[in-house]
Design a protein around this ligand. Structure first.
Ligand code: PHE
Length: 328
């Protein structure tokens, strides 16, 4: 054997490997050249009969061919094993590959449903930032620094002096400061409180705020609006009751309970806070409280989602466990 013969083997081997069109053909080439009884081991064995002056080049060439061929075969194997299995051809009868579709998060679902119901009453959606000024979150809502209910809701302050809003009510302030009555808005969004997380508390949760301001807006409008909402949301059989409560920014203020069936048993469940906008709030945003009246309400979205879907622990809503989320 000599260098020229080796070169010929090299050319045929590489050509055959390149031409191999499926896994079986590649494997045949591999066995033919690199297998234990293949051509290349045989070539190596013949090194001793190669003319002396060609020996170094021959040895190098044989080794290089072995490596080159092995590499080429490996590449072909990788390409062929990742392609379609059947003869390497496209098979249009195979089922398609469906991308996995996510599902809507229960919080998004409930928010969308609430929004939709109020939109049918002519409410539009307003928005505000999570980072709020102390003025919008407290002062303009008639909650001065020494007000006891400010302690209760004291929240996360930033170095700038701003804070993470503890409710969506500051959107009322923003909206009134930039718009003139009549006003009909709802404002869904994220809120923050200094709560220790447990099954029913989370330092981060969501609310939907509602605000209706105009001439002669009355308690009757508030009741009618919330009763309509309750029926749309939970069905015709729901009952609704107002319990006296206190919020600094509404007067009078209420907690509103809905009576409906959950887990096979009907009972009263506290759903939201509401009231007639306090004249002090109107003054703070530059409205004339002798000309306009209004009502506002705020409800927790997690609470509604948990009741509707029978979720026992609020933390499950934030764990992003697909097994949990894909149930909704
Ligand atoms: N902001 C109040 C809360 O977070 C709810 C509320 C909103 C009450 C609007 C009255 C009017 O508890």
């Amino acid at each position: 054997m000599n260098l020229e013969e080796l070169n010929q083997i090299r050319e045929t081997a590489l050509a055959e490997a390149t031409a191999a069109a499926d896994a079986a053909a590649v494997e045949a080439v591999r066995i033919k050249y690199l297998g234990r009884n293949g051509l290349l081991p045989e070539v190596m064995a013949q090194l001793k009969d190669v003319p002396n002056e060609e020996k170094p080049l021959f040895g190098k060439g044989a080794n290089a061919l072995k490596n080159e061929l092995a590499e080429l075969i490996k590449e072909k194997q990788a390409v062929l094993s990742s392609g379609p299995k059947k003869g390497g051809a496209f098979d249009p009868t195979l089922p398609g590959q469906w991308p996995a579709l996510g599902s809507e998060h229960p919080i998004s679902k409930v928010t969308a449903r609430i929004t939709e119901i109020f939109q049918t009453l002519g409410f539009t959606v307003a928005d505000g930032p999570d980072i709020e000024t102390v003025w919008n979150n407290f002062d303009a809502l008639n909650t001065p620094a020494d007000h006891p209910s400010r302690d209760e809701q004291d929240t996360f302050y930033l170095n700038s002096g701003d804070l993470l809003r503890c409710h969506t009510s500051p959107v009322q302030v923003r909206y009134m400061e930039s718009h003139q009555p009549p006003i009909r808005i709802i404002a869904p969004g994220r809120c923050y409180r200094r709560d220790t997380p447990d099954a029913t508390h989370s330092a981060n949760f969501h609310q939907v705020e509602g605000l209706f301001v105009g001439e002669n807006v009355s308690m009757a409008d508030l009741k009618g609006t919330l009763a309509y909402f309750a029926k749309q949301f939970l069905g015709e059989d729901v009952k609704i009751r107002f319990r006296p409560h206190f919020f600094p920014f509404t007067e009078p203020s209420f907690e509103v309970d809905f009576f409906f069936e959950v887990g096979g048993k009907a009972r009263w469940i506290e759903i939201l806070g509401a009231g007639m906008v306090d004249p002090e709030v109107f003054k703070k945003v530059g409205y004339d409280p002798d000309k306009v009246t209004g009502f506002a309400f705020g409800m927790g979205i997690e609470r509604l989602a948990m009741i509707m879907y029978g979720i026992k622990d609020i933390r499950m809503l934030y764990e992003n466990d697909v097994r949990f989320l894909s149930q909704f």
